[in-house]
Design a binder for this molecule. Structure first.
Ligand SMILES: Cc1ncc(COP(=O)(O)O)c(C=O)c1O
Length: 416
């Protein structure tokens, strides 16, 4: 597709209006307008989220679930409303299946500790894929060390797509969990998660989906995916840091032991024994990130206001444009060329080290990520020490991709 065709076709998001919602996009970096292409690491926040957090602290701040006074009741109401909104956003059958955590990392660790640990014995297997973030590798390695279980890795091809035939061969009665990323942060690959869940289900294997990078880019329906657990982070989807979600099937959650002990998660305590709350309370020990949850609820409202179909369509156009534009640069090589991709463009530029690329484009106001992206096995698979990664969000424009391309051209000239 050429530039003009792309620019005129199907533009579904009023990007200038969206940009006006993000105060940080007004700032400059090294005297240039900020071009933020690091949304996969952490998205920027719209005013609606900033104001929701600010409004909580200004007007309703109190602890939740335990006070009879007005502020405590208002704070509880706002916190629980955020849970209801989040449940609706992922089409969870019940808000009681939505557990607030610190983020994807904590959600995965919670499942490792409370769901899988008690079921695992020596010789059992845990399946993950080659393109996992470290947060979906290390918790399982720790469990394997403790129990003598074995971690098995689904291979991928040179385009960065999972080998589905290999997965079919690897599913057997020894596998106690399959944990897989929906959208790879290092490659942008969108994995066929519904198909993967169906394959696992036929073998009776529960599936955890790491949805950290999927949530900001596409609409998610945990019922149609038919997974067992779905994990994500607020800060990747335009919400606050320090808040995330574990969605789990209620029957699993009720059968699981608590993750942490403390206040809030109990029904009755004596020195001899404690009786635990039902989910989600059982998994939310101590005072939670109340403002964070409320901010996440505001992010959900914001994304729903834009419409996830519009978000997807806009980002698909940007990705197609960027893929074609950057390919014209001498020495540019895209890492991750899957047929189905979300807005991530990982690349190398000749033999210039990725950190040098990142540092030099920053001088043009362009923020990209460089390194292994917390997915070391992925960059090693491609025989690289690191890649540079431009990742897209709802506020990015075609012009910003042109600015990135121009900054990359100048970087090449500097190193010539
Ligand atoms: C695919 C994926 N999974 C998990 C994580 C971990 O998320 P968090 O650091 O918010 O817990 C990330 C963060 O980059 C990610 O991209």
């Amino acid at each position: 597709m050429n530039e003009s065709a792309l620019k005129s076709s199907e533009i579904t998001l009023d990007v200038e209006k969206v940009r006006a919602d993000f105060p940080i996009l007004q700032r400059t970096v090294h005297g240039k307008p900020l071009v933020y292409l690091d949304t996969a690491a952490s998205a920027q926040r719209p005013l609606a989220v900033i104001e929701a957090v600010d409004g909580f602290y200004r007007n309703h701040n109190a602890n939740i679930h335990r006070g009879v006074h007005t502020l405590s009741q208002e704070a509880t109401e706002d916190y629980e409303q955020a849970r209801i909104k989040t449940a609706g956003f992922i089409n969870a059958p019940s808000e009681q299946e939505v557990i607030f955590t610190r983020g994807t990392t904590e959600s995965i660790n919670l499942v490792a500790h409370s769901f899988l640990r008690p079921r695992l014995k020596a010789g059992d297997e845990i399946l993950i894929s080659w393109m996992e973030h470290h947060s979906n590798i290390v918790p399982w390695q720790l469990l394997c060390e403790e129990t003598g279980a074995v971690l098995k890795v689904i291979p991928m091809n040179q385009r960065g797509e999972l080998e589905m035939d290999a997965l079919a061969d690897m599913l057997n009665e020894r596998v106690k969990l399959l944990a897989v990323v929906q959208v790879s942060n290092a490659l942008g690959t969108i994995n066929p998660v519904a198909e993967i869940c169906a394959m696992a289900k036929r073998q009776g294997v529960p599936v955890l989906v790491d949805g950290a990078q999927a949530m900001p880019h596409q609409s998610i329906d945990v019922q149609s995916l038919d997974c067992d657990f779905y994990c994500f982070s607020g800060h990747k989807m335009y919400g606050p840091t320090g808040i995330g979600v574990l969605w789990g099937r209620y029957e699993h959650l009720q059968a699981m032991r608590p993750y942490q002990g403390g206040g809030e998660m109990i029904r009755h305590v004596t020195f001899e024994k404690s009786e635990f709350n039902d989910a989600p309370g059982k998994f939310e020990a101590g005072t939670p990130n109340i403002a964070g949850a409320i901010g996440l609820g505001a992010a959900v409202d914001y994304l729903q206001g834009l419409g996830m179909q519009n978000v997807m369509s806009w980002e698909a156009q940007l990705l197609a444009y960027g893929t074609e534009k950057l390919a014209q640069i001498d020495g540019f090589r895209m890492i991750g060329t899957a047929a189905h991709k979300a807005g991530v463009m990982s690349f190398v530029l000749g033999d210039i080290h990725a950190n040098d690329v990142g540092t030099l484009v920053d001088l043009h106001g362009v923020a990209i990520r460089t390194g292994h992206h917390c997915a070391m096995p992925v960059v090693e698979f491609f025989g690289l020490p690191a890649t540079a990664r431009a990742s897209l969000g709802i506020y990015n424009t075609f012009e910003e991709i042109d600015i990135l391309a121009d900054a990359l051209e100048k970087t090449i000239v500097m190193f010539a």
